[in-house]
Design a protein. Structure first.
Length: 137
C-alpha cells in the first residue's frame, strides 16, 4: 500500500472502513467568481451557499457591468476573505477573454502571500453547489 494513495492531500485522514474523514488541516479553497450583468441576487444566493470563513473569494466583475461592480465592492468590504479584482475585462462566454480573465486571476492569487489557499475553483454567478458547504466530499 502506498501512503496517501487516492488522496488529493496527505493532510486528509480517514478510516479505511469508513467514508467519513477528518481533515488534520482544513483545506482552504480560493474561489474565483466571474460575474456580469445585473444578477446581484443570483450572486448573493450562490455566495451565501458557498461562503466559509476559512476559504477565499476573488471576484471579477465584467467591465460592462458598473452597477453590479458597485454592489460587489460594497459587499466585499464586509468580509476579510473577499476581494474584488482591481482590473476589469469585457468577457465573452467561451471566448479567449474569459480564459484571459481566469489566467490573470490565477496570477493574482499566486501573488497573494496572505491568502494560503490549497485549491482553486472557478465559478460564475450561474453556478450553484449541489452539497452543503460543511458536507464532506
Amino acid at each position: 500500500m502506498v501512503f496517501g494513495a487516492g488522496k488529493a492531500s496527505n493532510s486528509v485522514q480517514w478510516d479505511e472502513d469508513s467514508v467519513e474523514y477528518m481533515a488534520a488541516n482544513p483545506v482552504r479553497i480560493a474561489f474565483v467568481l466571474v460575474v456580469h450583468g445585473r444578477a446581484s441576487r443570483q450572486l448573493q444566493r450562490m455566495f451565501k451557499a458557498i461562503y466559509h470563513k476559512d476559504h477565499f473569494y476573488y471576484i471579477h466583475v465584467d467591465k460592462r457591468s458598473s452597477y453590479l461592480h458597485r454592489q460587489v465592492l460594497q459587499c466585499a468590504s464586509q468580509y476579510p476573505n473577499v476581494r474584488v479584482t482591481s482590473w476589469r475585462m469585457a468577457t465573452i462566454w467561451g471566448g479567449a477573454s474569459l480564459l484571459s480573465t481566469y489566467l490573470q486571476s490565477m496570477r493574482d492569487l499566486m501573488e497573494m502571500k496572505d491568502w494560503p489557499w490549497d485549491f482553486f475553483i472557478n465559478l460564475s454567478a450561474a453556478d450553484y453547489p449541489i452539497r452543503y458547504r460543511d458536507q464532506p466530499f
